[in-house]
Design a protein around this ligand. Structure first.
Ligand code: B12
Length: 217
């Protein structure tokens, strides 16, 4: 089984969608824990993120790897539900690309990586208003509101989420995590976000830390 799991990780890292899906189905049918299978997605995601950051992988690789991750997550989903595992998850995240912005490749990678790390994610899609985001976060009892922002003209969308939370007296209830090409750590802190991350892999590490800090508070 360990050998098959390591083969699965290799298939995921190489972005082999069909092989990843077939191997995941095979090990799950043989009784592997869905969490163990998703742990391979998490490990593969870190490896792929590093390759991307090192310039070894390009956008096309990320998209293929993202699709491989999704195929494995889809295969593991019924097993997770049947076992009642993973329902609590590591934490609950409401994710969206901000108002006015339709870029979704980075956001979708963040979604895949968070799900691979056992977060329960409500993906609201693109061009989402602050009002709708805060409403959803309240509705699902989120821990984190995660925002993707690719354009300088849509950075106001991030600010609006922080202001909407302040206005409703909810600022301490949710951690706000932001990322995307138009953002940086200094700006994120300046406008009142809790955290910023440069990549989906880093974002997943930061999300874990945010959930831990909140649990200990
Ligand atoms: C592909 C692309 C498009 C595609 C988007 C397809 C899609 N489905 O997303 C299309 C062609 C539709 C498009 C449209 C436009 N685009 Co465009 N686009 C890009 C491009 C080339 C790549 C973006 C991308 O997918 N990158 C790859 C992903 C993997 O990277 P990423 O998004 O940065 O995400 C990573 C991290 O940032 C991080 N991350 C991202 N989000 C989040 C969120 C969280 C919570 C965390 C933790 C991390 C995180 O993790 C990701 C993975 O590691 C960028 C150039 C660039 N350098 O970004 C321009 C770019 C963003 N676009 C730009 C512009 C101007 C536009 C248009 C206005 C063009 C036009 N005249 O119509 C429209 C805007 C439409 C709109 N209203 O949104 C500008 C923005 C300039 C600015 N600073 O404001 C850019 C920078 C190009 C440029 N240099 O001018 N675009």
């Amino acid at each position: 089984m360990d050998g098959q799991l390591s083969e699965l990780r290799q298939a995921l890292v190489s972005g082999d969608i069909a092989r990843s899906a077939a191997l995941a189905k095979e090990v799950l049918a043989q009784g592997a824990s869905p969490k163990a299978v998703l742990a391979e997605v998490g490990a593969a995601a870190s490896a792929v993120g590093e390759k991307y950051e090192d310039g070894e992988y390009f956008l096309a690789n990320l998209v293929r790897c993202g699709d491989s991750f999704k195929a494995v997550i889809t295969a593991a989903d019924p097993y997770l539900k049947a076992a009642g595992e993973g329902q609590e998850g590591r934490g609950r995240v409401v994710l969206a690309t901000v108002e006015g912005d339709i870029h979704d490749i980075g956001k979708n990678l963040v979604l895949t990586f968070l799900q691979g790390d056992s977060f329960v994610v409500e993906d609201m899609g693109v061009n989402v208003s602050a009002l709708a985001l805060v409403d959803k976060a309240v509705e699902v009892g989120a821990d984190i509101i995660a925002l993707s922002c690719l354009m300088s003209v849509t950075r106001d969308g991030v600010k609006k989420v922080c202001s909407e939370l302040e206005a409703r007296g909810l600022r301490d209830r949710f951690a706000v995590l932001v990322g995307g090409a138009a953002t940086n750590e200094r700006w994120a802190k300046q406008i009142g976000c809790d955290a910023w991350a440069s990549s989906a892999t880093e974002g997943t590490r930061v999300a874990r830390t945010l959930v831990t800090i909140r649990a200990e508070a």
